[in-house]
Design a protein around this ligand. Structure first.
Ligand code: 4NP
Length: 156
């Protein structure tokens, strides 16, 4: 039996980039009839229990995607075993998640989400928290491209 890939999106606060990534990848995978399970979390726990940032919600809503029901949570060590793909937004997230890993199998699952972006200079999803709506738009478009490439690579 085929195992459904489980994807975990990780950023710092789990209120801007990673819930957007969760929504973008979920929509792209559904549209491409690629069954996956997706969740998101933050390396930090300051926003645990909160809904996504209003600007992230608005940016996604404008594309027809509702992420208002998502609630922030902090990464847990068990995530490193449960999920098959752990996609982080920036290099600090990468270091923080790697520091939680206890074996090579866990480490091998951790990748920058923009490893799936064809433009090499785009390696990190910039944190839009202190930015403006245009910064959330940029995040959305980067993630949309990464989702397309992820599906091309991993859909059987
Ligand atoms: P995120 O953005 O990591 O994309 O969710 C941030 C959200 C909150 C904070 C930093 C980044 N913060 O410092 O509270």
């Amino acid at each position: 039996m085929e195992i459904k890939p489980k994807i975990l999106m990780v950023c710092l606060g789990n209120i801007c980039r990673s819930p957007m990534a969760e929504g973008v990848f979920r929509h792209a995978c559904e549209s491409n009839v690629f069954p996956v399970e997706i969740d998101s979390c933050g390396t930090g726990g300051w926003h645990s229990g909160e809904a996504p940032d209003k600007r992230a919600q608005r940016c996604m809503q404008e594309k027809g995607l509702d992420i208002s029901h998502l609630r922030a949570r902090q990464i847990h060590k068990s995530d490193l075993d449960i999920f098959h793909h752990i996609l982080v937004m920036d290099k600090q997230n990468y270091l923080d998640v790697l520091s939680l890993c206890e074996n090579q199998e866990q480490k091998n699952k951790v990748k920058l989400v923009l490893d799936y972006h064809p433009e090499a200079e785009k390696s990190e999803v910039p944190d839009p928290y202190y930015g403006e709506m245009a910064d959330f738009e940029e995040v959305y478009h980067m993630l949309e491209t990464a989702a397309k490439v992820f599906i091309e690579k991993h859909k059987a």
